[in-house]
Ligand binder design. Structure first.
Ligand SMILES: Cc1cc2nc3c(=O)[nH]c(=O)nc-3n(C[C@H](O)[C@H](O)[C@H](O)COP(=O)(O)OP(=O)(O)OC[C@H]3O[C@@H](n4cnc5c(N)ncnc54)[C@H](O)[C@@H]3O)c2cc1C
Length: 499
């Protein structure tokens, strides 16, 4: 049995703690804040409740596996999982609207034909077939397995690009981005282009920078579905925390780790304000960039300032407490697309100022647990925005003004929310930074093979170069998002092995 200290009680830290304790190790989790969950937060007031982080779950198989490996009850007995159906309703600037069914590629194809004209569904399906090829090539190395010792093959995008013909063969090949796919394979259709880019954008990857293989994100959502956890996504963190308690994990809240102790070339524990905690192994589930940039640990041969996230966006959310019942026929997830996609791309890749009318996700779960009664509704708007420092989200009035712009933008698409607002809470990348320690409040992107952007390349391997120090969570392999951080915990537990 090893004594293991985990730094951080976000989803990756909770997942690792429950898995390692089940393997027979003695696990202590040090959490800087007063609660668990990290970005999976909850805001409650006057009978309203809101997810402040993720509002949707993809690849629930990751948490199904966690539930099975750490206890008797399957995930469905720990939380109430519901498919989001329709998966989304999309509103485009030209007034076109389309609702897409959940986990039905055939249904999506039909809906696209109806909204955009015959043949649109076939074009889309062809791109999704290529997304499937990317999924098959990368599922194991970029989701399920540790980063290989030689990750060179993962720097090549497996998206099946058609062979070049004629004079084009003589020119140096330029890597395809999602924008290239949209231009060459979706005929530049504005609606299909926006649909392809939206999941990538939600994961912080502007389509002009995302590798063509990012088509896998839309493929995964449309093939495996999008899920909601009744009571809000925070209920998932509650369930994994309870599993940790069952497995006798010790939690120390309000206990920031100030240093990983390395003696005789091995991690031997952590330093906290309350003193030293000895351990045989240390698992960092805090932001990997922050761990090294703030000098809590040293990466051999790298300077702390090298750990700067380059052009990695954050999330901006507006929590809306609304008077009046949720209108009949309201869908769970509406996406109001950017009025000018090029302006949104520039705002994110050139580091601000934020786009005035960006792509906004509007989450309106029909869940009585989130509202005081049926005469009220709770709604969350979220947009991908430049992180703190690229933009000063703390400047007086700045965030509030931006929230006004988002509300005006979604109301212009016909949502009619503004006149119903009782009160609202605005959350910026600076809130994410303050609450979770994520560098600049940036939300880590998933790792994709062949990413051309420096910020979205491969992430640190789960086994760090310091013996006895493991790295998990959004800043480590295989990157951000609930499914991937859950997998990072699974991979690290596999590397550490049973007691
Ligand atoms: C607004 C928003 C919307 C999102 N939407 C989605 C979505 O729909 N779907 C999806 O899959 N993902 C989404 N994400 C991303 C997802 O929430 C994250 O990728 C994931 O929760 C990160 O988990 P983590 O464990 O890596 O890190 P975190 O949740 O950041 O947890 C890190 C923990 O470490 C603690 N910590 C930091 N420093 C120290 C220290 N020195 N000592 C002790 N503890 C420390 C922090 O307090 C924190 O609790 C969203 C994120 C945000 C912010």
């Amino acid at each position: 049995m090893a004594k293991i200290v985990i730094i951080g009680a976000g989803m990756s830290g909770l997942a690792a703690a429950s898995r390692l304790a089940t393997l027979g190790h003695r696990v202590t989790v040090c959490e800087a804040g007063g609660t668990y969950g990290g970005m999976v937060g909850r805001y409650e007031r006057d009978g309203f409740a809101f997810d402040t982080g993720p509002g949707l779950l993809t690849l629930p198989a990751v948490y199904r596996d966690l539930a099975l490996k750490t206890g008797k009850e399957p995930l469905e007995q720990l939380v109430e999982l519901a498919p989001v159906d329709p998966e989304s309703r999309h509103l485009f600037p030209d007034g076109t609207a389309v609702s897409l069914p959940n986990a039905s590629r055939g249904g999506v194809s039909q809906a696209l034909d109806a909204a955009f004209g015959a043949g649109s569904g076939a074009l889309w399906s062809e791109v999704m077939n290529r997304g499937r090829a990317v999924w098959e090539a990368t599922r194991r190395p970029l989701l399920e397995e540790p980063l290989p010792a030689d990750p060179t093959p993962l720097r090549t995008d497996p998206y099946p690009v058609p062979p070049r013909t004629g004079l084009a063969r003589l020119r140096k090949p330029v890597p395809w981005t999602l924008d290239t796919v949209a231009r060459r394979q979706l005929g530049g259709h504005p609606g299909l282009t926006a649909l392809l880019g939206e999941p990538a954008l939600r994961y912080g990857l502007p389509p002009g920078q995302a590798p063509a293989g990012a088509a896998v994100l839309a493929y995964m959502e449309q093939s495996f579905g999008v899920w909601y956890v009744k009571g809000g996504l925070r209920a998932l963190a509650d369930a994994v925390y309870r599993r940790c308690e069952l497995r006798k994990v010790e939690f120390r809240f309000d206990t920031p780790v100030t240093r990983v102790i390395v003696e005789e070339g091995r991690a031997r524990g952590v330093e906290t304000a309350d003193g030293r905690i000895d351990a045989d192994l240390v698992v960092s589930a805090m932001d990997t960039g922050a761990l090294f940039r703030h000098g809590l640990a040293d990466w051999p041969g790298m300077r702390p300032e090298d750990w700067e996230p380059v052009e990695v966006p954050g999330r901006f959310s507006v929590l809306l407490a609304l008077r009046g019942p949720r209108p009949e026929g309201t869908v769970h997830r509406t996406v109001v697309h950017a009025a000018d996609p090029a302006a949104e791309e520039n705002a994110l890749s050139l580091s601000g100022p934020p786009c005035e009318r960006p792509t906004v996700q509007v989450l309106r779960p029909d869940d009585p647990a989130l509202r005081p009664d049926d005469a009220h509704e709770s709604v969350v708007l979220t947009a991908t925005v430049p992180a703190q420092d690229d933009v000063d989200w703390t400047a007086p009035g700045f965030a509030d003004h931006y929230a006004d712009r988002l509300l005006a933008h979604v109301d212009a698409a016909g949502l009619g929310l503004r006149e119903r607002v009782l009160w609202r809470v605005v959350r910026t990348p600076e809130d994410t930074r303050r609450e979770t320690g994520a560098l600049f409040g940036a939300v880590a992107q998933p790792v994709l093979a062949g990413s051309p952007a420096p910020s979205s390349g491969l992430k640190a391997a789960n086994e760090s170069p310091v013996p006895g120090l493991y790295l998990i969570g959004g800043g480590a392999h295989p990157g951000g998002g609930l499914a991937r951080v859950g997998m990072s915990a699974c991979i690290a537990a596999g590397l550490i092995g049973p007691a």
